[in-house]
Design a protein around this ligand. Sequence first.
Ligand code: NAP
Length: 337
Amino acid sequence: MKAFELRGFGLDSLVLTERPDPVPGPFEVVVRMRGASLNYRDLVLLRGTYDPNLRFPFVPLSDGAGEVVAVGPGVTRVKPGERVVLSYVQDWVAGEPVPSLVARRLGGPTDGVLAEYVKVPEHGLVHAPTHLSDVEAATLPIAAVTAWHVLFGVGRVRPGDTVLVEGTGGVSLFALQLARLAGARVLVTSGSDEKLARAKALGASAGIHYRKTPEWDEAVLALTGGRGVDHVVEVAGGANLGRALRAVRLGGEVSVVGFLEGMRSELELTQAIRRCVTLRAVSAGSRTSLEHLIRALEAHAVRPVVDRVFPFTEARAALEHLASGQHFGKVALAFPG
Ligand SMILES: NC(=O)c1ccc[n+]([C@@H]2O[C@H](COP(=O)([O-])OP(=O)(O)OC[C@H]3O[C@@H](n4cnc5c(N)ncnc54)[C@H](OP(=O)(O)O)[C@@H]3O)[C@@H](O)[C@H]2O)c1
């Protein structure tokens, strides 16, 4: 089969190669990939800033969907011909995070989905949403599951709450769509007026340009009558986290998801303590979160926002497009056939 291998850090080390077709063992499933999607994580893994100890060669990319083509002895959850989505943290089926959360994630350190066929344990996949294409389904495992987990897993978003999402990338637009489904009001920040307008068309009630208004936390307070938002989906990190703490209400929640602005933050702890803010870090979500997410998307016919789809063989161009920051929502790949 054709697969991309990363043989060292940097885009020049991404090589299209041949690998043996996988054969399923007991309780294993082989999936012919039809769609994949990219995450910011793929970029930082590739650059070497996320996991400097990554072992090469490995197959990158975490998010994929496709068709079951072979099952090993004992498999009961799926049959050949069925459409499936792969779960990102393969062994996290439900409940609390599992010890293998870091060690066994598709797309680093475990081989990922940038290959024509992928073998996974049967507990590491779910049936694909009936209303979505394979490419759309492939946008769900990391970004949408994380947004779901933040809002409804560890978070407790209620109708009437105000949720702040930062930027218009994968996690943030899913958080916008899901928070709207739950009856929450959504505020969005972006570095682009055009993207702010598109986010409003998706249901955001107000937008703040974080470059034109670097003190965006003050704009959030103004938009909420001085109260602050109930929840912040904090994807920027770095110095931005301090602003998130000032933008959240007394007793509100800041979910630390990402580090687009920086991996280190210096915090005024009293900001959080005096105001009883719940500050929590979130790492993806379980297979059960993926199942609950799919049920909600199907019930309300919600479709992911797909910015652009590249052919499988143009994975490098897709990664460069993601790195450019021009995208609105998810960047995806379609496999041939
Ligand atoms: N903890 C987890 O489980 C988890 C899961 C998924 C992602 N993440 C992390 O969350 C972050 C977002 O991931 P993603 O895949 O959604 O990224 P993405 O799709 O590449 O989105 C990036 C977007 O964020 C916005 N942005 C960039 N710098 C910003 C800043 N300083 N302040 C506000 N917005 C900014 C930009 O939107 P505009 O062009 O609109 O400004 C940019 O297009 C990454 O750090 C990623 O590693 C963590």
